[in-house]
Write a protein that binds this ligand. Structure first.
Ligand SMILES: [Zn+2]
Length: 226
């Protein structure tokens, strides 16, 4: 079926613009620099976002930019002041979807901060996992000061310890069942965003089994109306 919406999208896409339509808003996607891969399908990406993500969770996204942004500093995506920036080096539609859903999670942390963080249950679940992580990594000879394990905030030192010294392939095999995916060990906010990403990308059971408090938090936000 060819709808008006398809027509609008097609004509817009020639100008390097696409739109995510939600009930109340339209979120433009501006392609500043084209994707380098031809495995990227923006129509498919938009359909996935429109069908998977409840509208009220898109309320803090005003625009999405695609490009070669030096400020990303090696990251795939970032959420800054109402905008999601994604690198044009994303290899596939699925990678874009993962990264954008991850940034949507960060975008709602301020609006739903009370529901997510205020009762400390999520923090306690996270710190319990960090404690287990420390025992696992210590036993493997990857020692790192405890002060980092008990700090819920992001630090570059701990991020680099996990990604460069231990490495994600090793971390993945050592922490099976502990985190929905090991990036969730980075900080409390990343724990939330990582679970949110898995929940909306078809792995809610994985989140429920590894992180029941996180699962309940995300499930509550799903039904919450803004
Ligand atoms: Zn993040």
């Amino acid at each position: 079926m060819h709808t008006n919406m398809d027509y609008i999208r097609e004509s817009a896409s020639k100008r390097g613009e696409y739109y995510i339509h939600s009930q109340f808003d339209t979120i433009p996607i501006l392609i500043k620099d084209p994707f380098m891969s031809d495995e990227v399908n923006m129509e498919e990406f938009i359909d996935e976002i429109e069908t998977r993500i409840p509208r009220h969770l898109l309320q803090n996204i005003e625009i999405i930019y695609v490009g070669d942004f030096p400020d990303l500093d090696g990251r795939n995506a970032a959420y800054v002041d109402g905008a999601i920036y994604i690198t044009n080096k994303e290899p596939t539609t699925h990678d874009i979807l993962e990264n954008v859903i991850h940034e949507i999670a960060h975008s709602i942390e301020s609006t739903y901060g009370t529901q997510i963080y205020s009762d400390n249950k999520l923090q306690n679940e996270f710190l319990g996992k960090r404690e287990k992580l420390k025992a696992i990594l210590d036993a493997q000879g990857y020692e790192f000061p405890e002060e980092y394990y008990i700090n819920t905030e992001y630090t570059r030192a701990f991020d680099e310890f996990l990604s460069d010294r231990v490495g994600y392939p090793t971390l993945l095999s050592l922490t099976m069942g502990l985190f929905a995916s090991p990036y969730g060990a980075t900080s409390l906010r990343e724990y939330f965003a990582n679970g949110f990403e898995k929940f909306y990308l078809g792995e809610p059971r994985l989140v429920k089994e590894t992180s029941p408090v996180l699962y309940n938090t995300i499930a509550r936000l799903y039904t919450e109306s803004a």
